[in-house]
Write a protein that binds this ligand. Structure first.
Ligand code: CUA
Length: 313
């Protein structure tokens, strides 16, 4: 579920509060206008018994004044409330204990870099939970590698556009552990719909464990040496990084800890051995139009590469 009405993070809660005020005011206006309209339709409907036109009234200074001034005051209240919320969210600066993450939008996946930890991952953003005794907000720096995307995880914060040659900022402060779903919210090409975001909010200890594992170089398992060598001899290395190997491409997701992620293709399918096989054999079958081509490998070669990838925990 990813509803703005179930906030679990400070910015989302401020937006939720504001939305209730706006919805409340709009509901009141709807009730008054709709009620008057319904009353008028019923009360002044045409009756067979009465052939006369009703009395025609032109102009009323007090009524015109009222329907000009009252809406102006309502709009003014909405402007004040909205500006205050936006201002509060935007003027918040990162405290020293905040986690800093750089988010890079790509067609059609998300890159997450943790500069202070030396971690790069994709599509699944891990952050620590924020508690009153241990506040741990996460501040995001948003960049795009190609076109305009938009980063939106409704339960955590409002959406922020991700724009080429421009840096945007936003922050989240989740207070409940769990996995929260988000979605690219700006049409960015053929696979825009498959540009999902997963934010995994963990306890401080779980987050530290995850970070420590991600900081490790890629696993080396002699049983899949053939697949490893095959991977490093194909064009895979031009686009993907596997830390500790000559594969240092940055066009596609970092695969160093591929199997620590739950999905493939930015949330398109779950990350199982069978799906990984299909993906390596021909990603266009799973995500048509995605930037990764079918590598024209034989079934045996795909099996060997997948066997290697499966060890990248
Ligand atoms: Cu990226 Cu839509």
């Amino acid at each position: 579920m990813s509803s703005i009405f179930a906030p679990v993070s400070t910015p989302a809660a401020s937006i939720h509060e504001l939305s209730l005020l706006v919805i409340g005011i709009c509901a009141a206006i709807f009730t008054v206008v709709g009620g008057l309209l319904a009353y008028t339709i019923v009360r002044f409907r045409r009756r067979d018994a009465d052939p006369h036109e009703p009395p025609q009234v032109y102009g009323s200074y007090p009524i015109e004044l009222a329907w000009t001034v009252v809406p102006l005051m309502i709009v003014f209240v909405l402007i004040l409330a909205t500006t205050r919320t936006i201002g509060q969210l935007q003027k918040t600066t990162a405290p020293p204990h905040a986690l800093q993450v750089t988010v890079v939008g790509h067609q059609w996946w998300w890159e997450f870099r943790y500069p202070s930890l030396g971690i790069t991952t994709a599509n699944e953003l891990h952050v620590p939970v924020s508690t009153s005794t241990n506040p741990r907000p996460t501040f995001l720096t948003l960049e795009s590698d190609d076109v305009v995307h938009s980063f939106w995880v409704p339960r955590l914060a409002g959406k922020t556009d991700v724009i080429p040659n421009w840096v945007n900022h936003m922050w989240i402060e989740p207070w409940e552990t769990g996995t929260y779903l988000g979605q690219c919210a700006e049409f960015c090409g053929v696979q825009h719909a498959h540009m999902l975001i997963r934010v995994v909010v963990q306890s401080a200890a779980d987050f530290d464990r995850w970070a420590a594992a991600q900081e490790q170089p890629a696993a080396v398992d002699p049983r899949v040496e053939a697949g490893r060598r095959l991977f490093l001899s194909t064009a895979c290395v031009n686009c993907h990084t596997i830390d500790g190997t000559p594969a240092q491409g940055t066009f596609g997701p970092d695969l160093t800890h591929l199997m620590s992620r739950h999905t493939l293709g930015a949330g398109t399918v779950t990350n199982t051995a069978a799906n990984l096989y299909q993906w390596v054999r021909d990603p266009q079958q799973i995500k048509p139009g995605c930037r990764m081509p079918a590598m024209q490998l034989s079934d045996d070669e795909v099996n060997e590469i997948v066997a290697y990838l499966l060890t990248l925990k």
